[in-house]
Design a protein around this ligand. Structure first.
Ligand code: ZN
Length: 98
């Protein structure tokens, strides 16, 4: 062993053996207090409870939308772009039935 574990101070991003000190992983008491202050100011936390208006951007998603779907899959679930339609197809007609 004997290796010195160097870490980056979360507050000031200076790299050093902060874990060996009294304020690890912070480089100093000051940096630790600054980080604590951030938490108390809820800078790191979600400060607002979830409200209906937060979901408005997603209101046009169909119910049961798989939010884990990739972008490609998401596009497939929506109406295909005009270029993907058969040229001779009526847009209102199911292209697979033609
Ligand atoms: Zn620091």
């Amino acid at each position: 062993m004997g290796d010195i574990l160097k870490v980056r101070c979360p507050t000031c991003h200076r790299v050093g053996e902060w874990f060996a000190g009294a304020y690890g992983p912070f480089c100093s008491k000051r940096c630790r207090l600054i980080d604590l202050g951030k938490w108390f100011n809820e800078e790191h936390a979600i400060s607002d409870p979830l409200r209906p208006e937060h979901l408005e951007p997603y209101a046009d998603l169909p119910p049961g939308q798989d939010l884990d779907a990739t972008d490609t899959e998401e596009q497939d679930r929506r109406s295909p772009p005009p270029s993907a339609r058969p040229a001779s197809g009526d847009p209102d007609q199911d292209p697979t039935s033609a």
